[in-house]
Design a protein around this ligand. Structure first.
Ligand code: FRU
Length: 476
């Protein structure tokens, strides 16, 4: 285990030697959040506080590899332009020596509090987990208050990712877990304060609510009320592909139901994937002060492709999705880019006509809104294309590890499509956000948008400007 000072020395060196190289990567996003160096995974601790939004992230600043994670920290007053804050958590204590893993943030007594998993691995390959608390102090850094929940009986060491919220007179917390029979579960706790927690039991999981076998581990649970129902987001691991469903190594999806706060149980219907693209995992939501439920996801997955991502040559890896607003419509979660993102738009272009006559637009950092009638295809440089033919929308990209083309599909009546493009990522919002597809791709430096097909297109286009405040500030 390394001391906090040693970790800080290494972190500083990694940033000093690596940041310019990472910034020079043509695949680096212009307006999505990405780590300054090293590897980013889950968004964590997403919260709106008195001074604006805070978003933390699972971060290995020392290498493009998973490992003992830190909590990086960004803040924003408008949800669009972000700045770096002091690193929030470093894995320096015995109870978190293999990583300050995912968790959440709440405001308590006027201060941001973080609840996260202290991950501890042993030489024999086993592990344990502590759920830990930290509190922001006046200088903006975090003071660790240590473990507040030990490993419960009947579960393996895979118990993590606490999400905390306030309901009535109590705090509640859900945890992803694996039981002793190696089945994925979600645990529910109640607390009078953030330090003392009572286990109520299994909220849901494999074998509950008619699910049967449903994966060997559930990560990153998040429970919230939305438009009159209770929604559980979670990431079951170990589901097998079924037709067009469950195509990625791990899934991220939701159940809609009703929560019984007395027993800590959720009664719910079936599991629906949140995203039909190639990369979307471990999302987290927060409630804004104006009552909106926002979600941000990791546009990545811990799969075989990860180790071959070309950005590793520039010393950084992965990015977040854009922040999205959630609504529940007829039992289905709709996602739309947060309305604040329109602030990134430059001068717009409107055009209407046959797809093959559409103007050549630049797809490096842009938003498109389409209302097509008929069949069309759109190429995004040489590494990805999108098409709508015979009621099927296909997103196809060149796999950067194998060089093969691979695709994801959605079947239905396409009314409209919003595309958010940023250097090496694409987010598609189909029919007002009824279905979303998020993916990385690695084009050449130019991304000309090329149209073919007989469809009548109505399109709107905006270039999008960068989001990091540090880059926007002129040097004096
Ligand atoms: C999800 C996850 C979490 C864990 C974190 C570690 O991607 O595996 O379950 O807390 O990443 O970085």
């Amino acid at each position: 285990m390394m001391s906090e000072l040693t970790l800080l020395h290494k972190l500083a060196r990694s940033l000093m030697t690596g940041q310019l190289r990472a910034a020079a990567d043509p695949h680096r996003p212009h307006w999505h959040l990405a780590p300054p160096v090293g590897l980013l995974n889950d968004p964590v601790g997403f919260v709106e506080a008195d001074d604006g939004y805070h978003l933390f992230y699972q971060w290995n600043p020392l290498a493009c590899a998973h490992g003992a994670k830190f909590w990086g920290h960004w803040s924003s007053t408008d949800l669009v332009h972000w700045q770096h804050e002091p690193v929030a958590l470093l894995p320096s204590e015995a109870y978190e020596r293999n990583g300050c893993y995912s968790g959440s943030a709440v405001l308590h007594q006027g201060r941001v509090h973080l609840i996260y998993t202290g991950n501890v691995k042993y030489d024999d390959g086993s592990r344990t987990a502590y759920q830990c608390l930290a509190r922001q102090i006046d200088d903006g850094t975090f003071e660790k208050l240590g473990p507040v929940i030990d490993l419960p009986d009947g579960y393996t060491g895979h118990v993590r990712d606490p999400k905390v919220w306030r309901q009535g007179d109590h705090w509640y917390l859900v945890l992803g877990a694996q039981d002793a029979q190696l089945k994925g579960q979600v645990l529910c706790y109640r607390g009078d304060d953030l330090q003392h927690w009572q286990l109520l039991g299994e909220l849901t999981g494999s074998g509950h609510n008619g699910l049967g076998e449903f994966g060997y581990m559930w990560e990153c649970p998040d429970l919230f009320e939305l438009d009159g129902s209770d929604v559980l987001i979670c990431c079951p691991q170990g589901l097998s592909p079924q037709g067009d469903r469950y195509q990625n190594l791990f899934q991220s999806g939701y159940f809609v139901g009703q929560m019984d706060y007395a027993s800590g149980r959720l009664t719910h219907g079936e599991f629906t994937e949140l995203d039909l693209g190639f990369e979307f995992y471990a999302p987290q939501t927060t409630l804004t002060r104006d009552g909106r439920r926002l979600i941000v996801g990791w546009m990545g997955l811990p799969d075989d492709n990860e180790a071959s991502q070309p950005t590793r040559d520039y010393g950084w890896q992965h990015q977040m999705t854009c922040p999205r607003e959630l609504r529940l419509v007829a039992g289905r979660l709709y996602q739309q880019p947060a309305r604040e993102l329109t602030a990134l738009r430059g001068p717009g272009t409107r055009w209407q006509g046959p797809a093959e006559a559409a103007p050549l637009l630049d797809g490096r950092s842009a938003e498109l809104f389409l209302q097509p009638q008929g069949h069309w295809q759109l190429t995004l440089g040489e590494s990805a294309w999108l098409a709508y033919v015979n009621h099927t929308l296909t997103l196809c990209r060149r796999n950067w590890r194998t060089g093969e083309w691979e695709s994801r599909h959605w079947h239905g009546e396409l009314m409209d499509l919003r595309l958010l493009l940023d250097a090496s990522s694409i987010e598609l919002f189909i029919n007002g956000g009824e279905v979303v597809m998020s993916s990385r791709y690695f084009p050449g430096e130019a991304v000309p948008l090329g149209w073919t097909g007989s469809a009548e297109l109505r399109l709107e286009y905006w270039p999008l400007s960068p989001c990091m405040l540090e880059w926007a500030t002129p040097m004096s």
